[in-house]
Design a protein around this ligand. Structure first.
Ligand code: HEC
Ligand code: HEC
Ligand code: HEC
Ligand code: HEC
Ligand code: HEC
Ligand code: HEC
Ligand code: HEC
Length: 465
């Protein structure tokens, strides 16, 4: 066969393939239209007051876009709704899926209670424990009362209503004259700054459009969301869960997990290692006083101890291999890429990288300091300035070690923090609200002499720049 014939054959194959693809795509669109028509015919009289299952009106654009996502818009090029489930349907619950992987021994914090009662009890009040929780009456923030349960975007035709139906909490989306509902199932965030909400569609985990921000008790767009859209198709990737949960069974394709496998909260075993063997042993050997098969971070060398915290407090490091492969005692660089400072500066993942900032401090460089010189992970010590200042003075013998001491009306021993570790709003945690961007302030762990912070403190101004 000569070259020309070859080209002809290739051209024909390409055209046929394209036509096939196009027909397939058109068929999918046709299927959708037919399904929507069917759905329309099927529900004449069981229409509830506001139907969660109403299909979009026929004057809307409905498209399936790559990634199995449905786009519903009023205009071809305007804002719109993005959902992973078919318009007119609800997200689907998957039944009891069997995990794909063996659990390496994560059993959850309740199992520690019988032998480490005090630690367990005090731990329940920490941000780590609360950072992911099931949605219920006692855990969820924000108002569900008519009048204060809405979030109006800058587009008058797009708004959200947070509603409660018995034990269920939902976000109801109003998009022009269409509306639908999505259940809120998992809370992410301890409420210190915010709560954002996740839901299941089959074995996929997705984020809600509306987040609750604690400051001002407001409903706002989730970080990075575009005001005026109703986006419910943002997948929750592994790395996100890895920083906010203890364990999950990953099924692949970005955001697929075994629902029954989740151990919520950042709990004991993320700092001590999977504890099944430890618990089995001590249940069988009640007299054994020597701990078996568990890591005490205090026994680790300085850098490795800090790297336990660095899994989640060391910037947005991408995974090198599987999530949850890090064990206390391992080195971060064996499991993660170095933090991407450029990406961190542009927001997206929001941690203020305490590992890196602290390492720049003279305190750190001229001592053997680690995170646990100041933090006891088993207690909620938030906001206790006096307690933290006491920890500064385990090395700095007394307040008179401060070169600025004394000053009229300043009780140094009560607060070393506001002058030397001011809170700074970080670009990295940007939340969009109607009034503009909100930057929750976080403590800068680069401990140093900071004239700006000192002058603000003396003037009684909250440390926000
Ligand atoms: C049946 C009893 C029992 C259970 C359940 C149990 N432990 Fe222990 N644990 C012990 C004993 C006994 C020790 C050794 C004495 C001590 O340090 O308190 C110990 C010690 C420890 C230590 C210190 C180790 C060291 O080398 O200093 C850690 C950390 C620990 N356990 C974590 C856990 C965690 C996390 C859980 C729950 C997942 C748990 N334990 C559940 C009995 C238990
Ligand atoms: C954020 C990390 C972290 C979490 C979460 C955590 N620990 Fe610890 N734990 C540590 C560190 C660091 C030490 C060593 C320093 C210390 O003693 O506080 C420690 C020490 C211990 C010890 C031995 C020291 C002692 O006081 O007996 C036990 C037992 C223990 N933890 C149990 C638990 C249990 C049970 C939980 C969950 C209810 C838990 N830890 C959650 C980090 C953590
Ligand atoms: C598996 C991830 C993970 C690990 C490991 C981890 N943390 Fe955290 N930590 C978090 C997350 C997520 C938050 C934010 C929780 C929230 O507010 O929702 C947090 C919050 C905190 C806070 C703020 C608490 C408050 O109430 O303001 C401190 C302090 C802290 N971590 C210290 C540590 C220290 C010290 C270690 C190591 C001993 C550690 N963390 C290990 C994920 C982690
Ligand atoms: C590298 C670890 C890491 C990843 C990845 C990560 N987070 Fe966080 N997240 C944190 C830490 C740490 C904090 C606390 C802020 C701080 O001190 O830096 C936090 C804070 C938050 C808060 C505010 C909690 C509060 O204090 O009230 C929310 C909400 C949140 N994260 C949601 C998410 C979501 C959703 C994702 C995935 C899309 C995600 N995070 C990915 C570590 C992480
Ligand atoms: C583990 C010991 C340790 C702890 C805890 C500690 N420091 Fe330091 N710090 C040092 C050492 C060592 C130096 C260097 C020698 C010096 O100036 O005393 C230092 C230096 C400093 C300096 C001078 C920095 C400079 O750039 O010259 C300040 C300010 C400071 N510390 C504040 C604090 C504050 C505030 C805390 C508590 C939040 C604290 N330190 C906790 C060990 C510590
Ligand atoms: C009102 C603000 C403020 C408070 C509160 C404060 N500092 Fe300072 N600190 C400063 C300033 C400003 C300097 C620099 C003074 C100078 O010019 O040498 C300083 C200097 C220091 C230094 C370096 C001393 C030297 O000689 O280089 C240390 C260490 C220190 N402070 C520790 C502390 C500790 C510990 C506390 C709490 C007990 C504390 N500071 C409380 C503002 C403050
Ligand atoms: C010298 C003392 C000191 C050391 C060491 C230290 N921290 Fe902190 N950290 C503080 C203080 C003080 C706060 C503010 C606490 C508060 O106001 O509740 C804080 C707050 C935090 C918060 C909450 C963020 C915020 O701004 O509210 C996180 C997360 C945190 N620390 C993580 C770490 C990690 C991880 C390490 C080790 C890499 C570490 N810290 C080492 C003193 C320290």
């Amino acid at each position: 066969m000569n070259l020309k014939r070859w080209f002809a054959v290739i051209a024909i194959v390409t055209v046929v393939a394209w036509l096939g693809y196009d027909a397939m795509k058109r068929k999918r669109d046709d299927d959708l239209v037919r399904d929507l028509m069917d759905a329309r015919q099927q529900q004449p009289d069981e229409e509830p007051e506001v139907s969660a299952l109403a299909e979009p009106p026929s004057n809307m654009v409905v498209n399936q876009i790559p990634g199995n996502i449905w786009f519903v818009g009023k205009y071809e090029d305007g804002g719109g709704v993005e959902i992973p489930f078919r318009p007119g349907e609800s997200p689907q619950k998957s039944g009891d899926l069997t995990p794909l992987h063996d659990n390496p021994g994560y059993i959850g914090p309740e199992q520690c209670q019988e032998c480490h009662r005090e630690k367990y009890q005090s731990f329940l009040a920490t941000a780590h424990y609360k950072t992911s929780r099931p949605v219920n009456e006692t855990t969820i923030d924000g108002s569900f009362e008519p009048g204060s349960n809405t979030f109006q975007t800058s587009d008058p035709n797009v708004s959200f209503e947070m509603i409660r139906k018995d034990d269920e909490f939902l976000q109801r989306v109003h998009f022009f004259d269409w509306s639908f509902e999505v259940p809120m199932e998992i809370i992410m965030g301890s409420s210190k700054m915010a709560q954002t909400y996740l839901y299941w569609h089959k074995d996929g985990l997705y984020q809600h459009n509306v987040t609750h921000i604690t400051d001002g008790n407001q409903w706002i767009n989730s970080p990075g969301y575009i005001d005026g859209d109703a986006a419910y198709a943002r997948p929750i990737p592994q790395r996100c869960l890895e920083c906010h949960m203890t364990y999950f069974d990953y099924r692949g394709n970005k955001n697929r997990y075994t629902p029954g496998s989740l151990i919520l909260g950042v709990t004991c075993e993320r700092c001590h290692g999977p504890a099944k063997e430890h618990v089995d042993f001590h249940r069988e050997n009640q007299d054994a006083r020597q701990a078996v098969a568990i890591t005490n971070p205090a026994d680790l060398e300085r850098q490795t101890q800090m790297q336990i915290c660095g899994q989640c407090h060391g910037g947005s490091r991408a995974l090198k291999g599987n999530a949850l492969s890090f064990r206390p005692g391992d080195r971060l660089e064996d499991h993660y890429d170095p933090p991407d400072d450029e990406q961190d500066a542009k927001n997206s993942v929001h941690t203020s990288n305490q590992l890196n900032r602290l390492s720049q401090s003279v305190c750190f460089q001229q001592s053997q300091m680690t995170c646990i010189n100041c933090h006891d992970p088993h207690h909620n010590e938030r906001g206790n300035q006096k307690l933290f200042s006491g920890r500064c003075m385990t090395c700095h013998e007394s307040e008179s070690d401060c070169g600025f001491y004394p000053q009229p009306d300043v009780d140094f021993a009560d607060n070393c923090i506001d002058c030397h570790m001011p809170r700074r709003p970080t670009e990295k945690l940007r939340l969009q609200s109607v009034e503009g961007d909100v930057f929750p302030p976080l403590r800068d762990h680069y401990i140093r002499i900071d004239e700006m912070a000192t002058s603000r403190f003396i003037r009684g101004v909250e440390n926000e720049e």
